[in-house]
Design a binder for this molecule. Structure first.
Ligand SMILES: NC(=O)c1ccc[n+]([C@@H]2O[C@H](COP(=O)([O-])OP(=O)(O)OC[C@H]3O[C@@H](n4cnc5c(N)ncnc54)[C@H](OP(=O)(O)O)[C@@H]3O)[C@@H](O)[C@H]2O)c1
Length: 261
């Protein structure tokens, strides 16, 4: 039986992604902070704001999951005031990017050992507004939650493209997507019309791009691409910058190194 992991699998788009994968016949692990919230799939604890929790989760996955066919990096936070993860990273960068980077590194051998495994990174169209600000990675000089979120979503696409290059020839694919503007908890503090025009999609509709990337036979060999909803589109020029992709990669490696143990 094929096995999938969905981060943030107990709410919003993630929960509907778990539901869709289970319906397609996969065994699905819903990785979530609060296992009591999960209503579909197997609920396993994962707090992405704590790299020790990522390590514990990955160790359990390596012990209990003989294969990982699909890994959906879906969880994210849109910060309000400036906050840090348990390890001292700016919250959006730490949760949305770095913890997923760490998770994939820890599960990498299992993914490679699984025939035609797929990694799906849920980014956002707002990646186009992101600026990496390499000289102020913790955003100490000026903090704006929306800018921190947009930067983390740019990091998602930079990382996906760097990852796809590094996984070339292994059979593992890595693609990123924008799920649409979806009525979930993520936008709860955002007034209607600020980021979107028209009605917000349902979470089930928001899960369609992730499910398409995870399951569509037509995409079995497609890697290193960005999908706006169901259509492949070029990402923002900033995401295509290979120097930035590689810079983010080496920086992320450095930042997780002390947490590997
Ligand atoms: N909604 C939109 O319009 C929209 C647009 C573009 C992109 N996206 C992307 O879609 C993805 C799903 O977002 P959503 O709209 O479904 O938002 P959501 O309802 O707020 O879901 C986010 C999920 O991430 C989890 N999460 C947050 N912090 C976490 C942590 N420290 N550890 C583990 N899990 C954590 C949340 O868990 P808790 O329930 O415990 O908080 C929740 O399950 C995100 O990557 C988001 O950037 C959404």
């Amino acid at each position: 039986m094929k096995i999938a992991i969905v981060t943030g699998g107990a709410g919003g788009i993630g929960q509907e992604t778990v539901r869709g994968l289970a319906k397609a016949g996969l065994r699905v692990v819903a990785a979530c902070r609060d296992v009591k919230k999960a209503t579909v799939g197997e609920a396993w604890t994962l707090d992405l704001a704590r790299l020790s929790s990522v390590r514990t989760f990955a160790a359990r996955a390596l012990a209990e999951l003989p294969r990982v066919d699909v890994l959906i990096c879906n969880a994210a936070v849109w910060p309000g005031p400036r906050r840090k993860t348990a390890d001292g990273f700016e919250l959006a960068f730490g949760v949305n990017h770095l913890a997923h980077f760490f998770l994939v590194e820890l599960l990498r051998e299992r993914l490679v050992a699984t025939p035609a495994a797929r990694i799906v990174v849920v980014s956002s169209g707002l990646h186009a507004r992101g600026v990496m600000r390499w000289d102020d990675l913790q955003l100490e000089r000026r903090y704006d939650g929306a800018a921190a979120y947009a930067r983390s979503k740019l990091a998602n696409v930079l990382w996906t493209l760097a990852l796809a290059r590094r996984l070339a020839g292994t059979g593992v694919t890595a693609n990123a997507c924008h799920p649409g503007v979806v009525a979930t908890g993520l936008l709860r503090h955002q007034p209607p019309g600020k980021w979107d025009k028209g009605p917000r999609l349902s979470p089930a509709d928001g899960a369609r791009p992730s499910l398409h990337l995870a399951l569509s036979p037509a995409l079995a060999a497609v890697t290193g691409r960005y999908f706006h909803r169901m259509d492949e589109k070029p990402p923002a020029p900033a995401a295509l910058d290979r120097t930035a992709q590689d810079r983010l990669w080496s920086l992320s490696e450095q930042l997780i190194a002390p947490h590997r143990r």
